[in-house]
Ligand binder design. Structure first.
Ligand code: XMP
Length: 519
């Protein structure tokens, strides 16, 4: 696999039993400076042993350990002499395997959901130096009726006497709550205690090391081969391209399809960022082509489809000009890998299809150099590689670009109006220092024109809508409470500086019921 940990790095194994917060556990471990990988509970023990983990975390899961069909761990895992932290289902699994008894909670009191006041024994290494009393996030219907021999109770709540158990001699710990979620106060500190106090981690996970080992692995893999990458200008593809550029230089060709639907100066910025490397950088000017294909089309899904198809066609034509290609690079990142089932063959195929490209381009193999990194790690790697800050902190931008922010049919004139209005909005947000208070913000050119007055004359011009959302995951989002005076400055500047706009509105709808984008 390309881009794994460095040879000397310590690894924590996260054994996945199907819980909903598994990605978060991995995220927290990495935040604590320790490298980790998530593996399915079905992974053969020999493979897990080969990772030489310094610690193992059992995740939560939807099952009940006493159900014969429930996911089980290989019992030999308890004999590896490696510390284990079991979380929720993982805790019950630990108890069940080591001689304890887990049953369905008989009463509503022992079945706990949500924020729960919890009392800790701070002599237990897991809770060392933390408050004796804090809130944890519970979500369990099963209950440890009898804890295994050798274990002591290390935390309790009003409803449940055994919220946490530990066997310090063997380094086995179990918690019924979820330390990885933000609702658990001091949760990350508990994970840190497990890593550093129990597993003896040194905390050697750094992006600088990752960069060097990834570059070395890429060079070994590719040899003299030729590599192709579709650069979108987004963070992931840009960082993947920078890594490959650093590793194999002129063996890499980046194809950047400029469809003319990007924000102000964005195409030039992406191109400029790659001048520092000796790579083949092809910027295909396909602006006229995309505009002609989009002419008169106002239905949002039709626009998306046209843009997706045209993109592939243009990319394919460029790839054919290059001739033989050995490797195709994709900017897949770890959340995609975890969400789609932890990297087995079927998954690679689904990325294949999602990307759409491999079916059209003849190549030997796909390389995903970022497949072990979380988004903020990708940004950090981008910085290590010398990409400019505006590229690595870029907010998400939809593939179909401004075409789905010009409501109705798309023309060059409308795109130019939108580009300028959008730039002014972003510029004022930056000047007010508010970028970090919102996750995505942009302007939309509505299809509505209205009457206004400018100077002594009547105007009949476009309405621009401003949109900004604050969100963790983009599945739900709240509209951002931007201060009125900032909105006012944006409004005054847009109507004064952008021709054909005489009215500004601010979108105050959350998702749901609205979506982030207007189309
Ligand atoms: P919605 O509008 O669905 O947006 O609430 C959620 C997030 O997804 C982005 N988005 C897209 N990204 N192709 C993309 O690559 C698309 O067609 C697309 N549509 C929406 C949107 O910008 C937001 O971050």
């Amino acid at each position: 696999m390309i881009g794994g940990k460095g040879m000397s790095q310590e690894t924590v194994l996260i054994l996945d039993f199907g819980g909903q917060y598994n990605q978060l556990i991995a995220r927290r471990v990495r935040e604590c400076g320790v490298y980790c990988e998530v593996r399915r509970y079905t992974t053969p023990l020999a493979e897990l042993k080969a990772m030489a983990p310094i610690g193992i975390i059992f995740t939560g899961g939807p099952g009940s350990v006493y159900d014969p069909a429930a996911p089980q761990a290989d019992p030999e895992i308890f004999k590896l002499d490696v510390p284990i932290l079991g979380i929720c289902y993982g805790c019950q699994l630990l108890a069940h395997n080591l001689g304890g008894k887990v049953t369905a909670a008989q009463s509503d009191t022992a079945r706990e959901y949500g924020k729960t006041e919890t009392f800790f024994d701070t002599k237990c290494k897991l809770f060392q130096d933390l408050p004796e009393r804090s809130v944890t996030w519970m979500s369990h219907g099963d209950y440890m009726e009898r804890v295994p021999q050798g274990f002591t109770l290390a935390a309790h709540s009003a409803a449940c006497p055994n919220v946490a158990i530990c066997d310090e001699d063997r380094g086995f710990y179990g918690v019924q709550f979820h330390p990885e979620v933000a609702h658990t106060e001091n949760g990350t500190a508990m994970i840190r205690n497990f890593l550093y106090e129990v597993c003896g981690a040194a905390g050697d996970w750094s992006m600088g090391d990752f960069k060097h080992s990834a570059i070395q692995a890429v060079r070994e893999k590719i040899g003299q081969g030729k590599v192709l990458l579709a650069l979108s200008g987004g963070v992931d593809s840009s960082v993947a391209a920078a890594l490959m550029a650093e590793a194999v230089g002129s063996q890499l060709t980046c194809v950047f399809v400029d469809h003319g639907l990007m924000r102000l100066n964005e195409g030039d910025e992406v191109e400029a960022a790659f001048r520092q490397w000796d790579v083949n950088f092809i910027r295909v000017n396909a602006k006229a082509l995309f505009l002609s294909k989009l002419a008169g089309v106002s239905e949002p899904e039709a626009k998306r489809k046209i843009i997706g198809e045209e993109f592939i066609r243009v990319f394919e034509a460029e790839a054919k000009k290059i001739g033989r290609i050995d490797y195709l690079v994709q900017g897949t990142i770890y959340p995609d890998v975890i969400e789609s089932g932890l990297g087995d063959a079927a998954v690679i195929k689904s990325h294949h299809n999602v990307g759409g490209l491999p079916d059209y381009v003849d190549f030997k193999e796909i390389i995903e150099p970022l497949r072990l990194l979380f988004k903020d790690e990708v940004r950090q790697l981008g910085r290590e590689l010398g990409l400019p800050e505006y590229l690595v902190t870029r907010q998400p931008f939809p593939g179909p670009g401004l075409a789905i922010r010009v409501i109705g049919d798309v023309t060059k004139e409308k795109l130019d109006v939108l580009r300028l209005a959008d730039f002014i909005f972003r510029d004022e947000i930056a000047k007010a220092g508010l970028e970090k208070t919102m996750n995505q913000y942009f302007a939309v050119l509505t299809n509505t024109r209205s009457v206004g007055v400018m100077g002594d004359g009547r105007t009949y011009d476009y309405t621009v809508a401003l949109r900004s959302v604050t969100t963790d995951d983009f599945m739900t989002a709240d509209w951002t409470r931007i201060p009125y005076e900032v909105l006012d400055r944006v409004s005054v500047r847009i109507v004064n500086e952008v021709p054909h706009v005489n009215r500004i509105v601010y979108d105050i709808t959350s998702k749901p019921p609205a979506t982030v984008e207007w189309e």
